[in-house]
Ligand binder design. Structure first.
Ligand SMILES: Nc1nc2c(ncn2[C@@H]2O[C@H](COP(=O)(O)OP(=O)(O)OP(=O)(O)O)[C@@H](O)[C@H]2O)c(=O)[nH]1
Ligand SMILES: [Mg+2]
Ligand SMILES: [Zn+2]
Length: 304
């Protein structure tokens, strides 16, 4: 057998490029520069690439709550409202993820449907990255706010380290928005209250990137589906004290900077029989209420 000489081009340029690792923006594990998702935590590497091209450090905001409290609907509506109403704050979406969340939520609501449940895999989440301009401030803020699945967060809270991305992300956050279902609270279901307390206790035990604890960071507790709980709209604080006593007490003891809000996206809802899914709730009218306020408050109270 004879061997012919084969010329193999030495792709030194490409190799050199691969040799420079890039740290994941969430967990800091080094990845090759062409990785799409972090090999350690599955967060999109696009965040690290975007952060490299600008000189402002993006701030991270956690939006958490049990499955089906309405995180996706709330976030999608918030993005849509802020990008269309520049009077209060102007938002500019960065990257495809941010637009996808807004687009799928608004498209579903326009068809009189709610968006689908968020999948549990972190590489399928919409990692919202946006720039926020406020009237009285010259410097815009860069904010990263992923739409995480409630089940994944619960799993991490119950079994720490099972979802690395959730832990690394929460350690880096500057503020949190905790969503809780007011409709369920009104019906006397306690699961929401327990879940939220577990989540807050998880947060208060985390040591953050700057070695500080969560206790001084702003926490907005948002009572969702306020369209189904009239009293909650008028006085969210009193509603929480009455229907989520544990949570209300916990916030008073552990979080120096917290506030209760009531929000709703749908105006009127109805039940519809759907093939395969059974009875599902559908929005007949979209009437956002109290959506921007918690976000505005968080941004104003975020540590500089
Ligand atoms: N009445 C009413 N129902 C709402 C509202 N927002 C959400 N819902 C209901 O809550 C359900 C869940 O909303 P999602 O936004 O998907 O919930 P989620 O918190 O993202 O849930 P996961 O993705 O599983 O973590 C929707 O399918 C609706 O039935 C609202 O403003 N009013
Ligand atoms: Mg969701
Ligand atoms: Zn990572």
């Amino acid at each position: 057998m004879t061997h012919k000489g084969v010329v193999v081009p030495l792709e030194s340029m490409r190799l050199a490029r691969y040799a420079v690792p890039i740290p994941c923006y969430i967990c800091e594990t080094e990845n090759t520069c062409d990785a799409e998702y972090c090999t350690h935590c599955q967060a999109p590497m696009a965040l690290a690439h975007q952060a490299r091209t600008q000189n402002i450090r993006p701030r991270m905001v956690a939006v958490v709550g049990a499955s089906a409290v309405g995180k996706t609907v709330y976030l999608g509506m918030l993005m849509d409202m802020l990008s269309r109403q520049p009077q209060r704050m102007h938002l500019l979406a960065r990257g495809a993820f941010s637009i996808t969340l807004q687009q799928t939520t608004i498209a579903a609501l326009a068809r009189c449907e709610f968006p689908k449940k968020t999948p549990n895999e972190p590489d399928r989440w919409n990692w919202v990255h946006c720039q926020v301009r406020r009237h009285n401030q010259k410097q815009p803020l860069e904010i990263i706010m992923p739409d995480m699945a409630g089940e994944a967060v619960l799993e991490e809270v119950d079994h720490p380290h099972s979802y690395r991305v959730v832990r690394s992300f929460l350690q880096k956050c500057d503020a949190a928005m905790i969503l809780i279902d007011a409709h369920q609270l009104k019906q006397g279901r306690r699961e929401q209250d327990y879940f939220t307390m577990k989540l807050l206790s998880y947060l208060s035990e985390l040591t953050c990137h700057d070695k500080k604890t969560w206790q001084r960071r702003p926490v907005a507790v948002v009572l969702t589906k306020a369209d189904q709980a009239e009293q909650c709209r008028h006085d969210p604080q009193a509603f929480a004290a009455r229907h989520a006593v544990g949570l209300w007490q916990y916030c008073r003891e552990r979080f120096a900077c917290h506030r209760f809000f009531a929000a709703s996206v749908a105006g009127t809802c109805a039940y519809r029989e759907s093939l395969g899914e059974g009875r599902v709730m559908v929005p007949l009218r979209i009437e956002p209420h109290g959506v921007v306020e918690p976000f505005e408050w968080l941004v104003a109270n975020m540590p500089q």
